[in-house]
Write a protein that binds this ligand. Structure first.
Ligand code: SF4
Length: 336
């Protein structure tokens, strides 16, 4: 296994990103800050269109600029701000220090290259391995991701593999250079429930074996519950609540988080009407003033329409663990 690097935290600070189309400006990210530690799964959860994928592609340095424009912010890895690096340095970091697993492996695997070549390419490019050593390492990586069949699998083209195997190959490519951080963007959404569980368990075991931090992007709180150490809830390009998994599930404070929880289907709610969140996530071009959630919020008051709530840390009694939320009426209850 390659030597471990010293970087122990990946930190996103006050990230503001717009998309410019002619005269129009869409505010996709509006001050995202989050911290991801090695050996931790930090989930970013929210509905589609809330800014999850823009955040992950920005961290990977894959955001096309233009049309995207990074207005402010820092992405700190070790002692470097990744946003200040040129494309050559970003490419060097991509795959080696931070890698990504996507939702649809079929779209990201090269259909014309055997999967073995796609894994060894990373090892040769980033770690300078000779081909024969890279093949040996690729065989080890296949075992790590739970793929039996060794050389036969390496000699396969993506279309010869099942959906679950393709996702494991994607993960194999991502972890091939032993990255410090892995970004997993809805990696199980396209899979059936059994495969979902297998892939989640695999990711957890790899996190421990390889001492990686995982930024897990999802709209599904059930999945997030099973995998996360820490959860940040994102709405209209802002983190509205952030806490450890235990704290967030036991005591959600933000109305949006509470409504997300109420919309989780589970066995206890069988026969009861499932809550849905009224309305939809606003377009990044038309984010409401004040608190962006106010048109959908059951407890909105006048101040919510005019003033954007600050993010407050709710940690009490010097508790080491922070629990932040951005709402004028934190913890206020309402009747459904
Ligand atoms: Fe609802 Fe107002 Fe809190 Fe926004 S600030 S979540 S509108 S109560």
């Amino acid at each position: 296994m390659p030597e471990k690097r010293a970087d122990s935290t990946l930190e996103i600070r006050d990230l503001n990103v717009s998309f410019i189309q002619g005269e129009k400006e869409a505010n996709a990210l509006r001050g995202i800050s989050l911290s991801l530690k090695r050996s931790e799964v930090h989930s970013l959860v929210g509905e589609s269109g809330s800014g999850k994928t823009v955040t992950s592609t920005c961290v990977m340095g894959l955001l096309p600029t233009p049309p995207a424009r990074i207005n402010t912010g820092e992405i700190i890895l070790g002692d470097q701000d990744l946003l200040l690096l040129g494309e050559k340095d970003r490419r060097e970091i991509r795959g080696k220090d931070i890698a990504m697993v996507f939702q649809e492996p079929a779209r990201y695997l090269n259909p014309t290259l055997k999967v073995g070549d796609q894994i060894t390419e990373m090892l040769i490019l980033h770690l300078g391995m000779e081909k024969s050593k890279a093949v040996d390492r690729a065989l080890e990586i296949l075992e790590l991701v739970g793929l039996k069949g060794g050389k036969r699998v390496l000699d396969s083209y993506p279309h010869e593999l099942s959906g679950g195997m393709k996702q494991r190959i994607m993960i194999a490519i991502a972890i091939s250079c032993n990255p410090s951080f892995l970004i997993a963007d809805e990696p199980t959404t396209a899979l059936d429930v059994t495969l979902q569980l297998q892939i989640l368990n695999l990711m957890l075991s790899l996190k421990n074996t390889l001492d990686m931090g995982i930024l897990f992007i999802s709209h599904d709180l059930r999945v997030v519950h099973d995998i996360s150490d820490w959860i940040s809830v994102i709405y209209a390009g802002r983190i509205v609540e952030s806490a450890s998994r235990e704290t967030l599930f036991a005591d959600p404070k933000h109305p949006y988080t509470k409504l997300l929880f109420e919309s989780i289907p589970d066995a206890d709610k069988r026969g009861k009407r499932l809550q849905t969140i009224p309305g939809k996530v606003p377009d990044a071009e038309n984010i409401p003033g004040g608190c962006a959630f106010h048109p959908r919020c059951p407890i909105a008051e006048e101040i919510c329409r005019t003033s954007q709530p600050e993010t407050k840390d709710l940690a009490i009694n010097n508790r080491a663990e922070s629990h932040t939320a951005a709402c004028h009426f934190i913890g206020k209850q309402w009747k459904n």
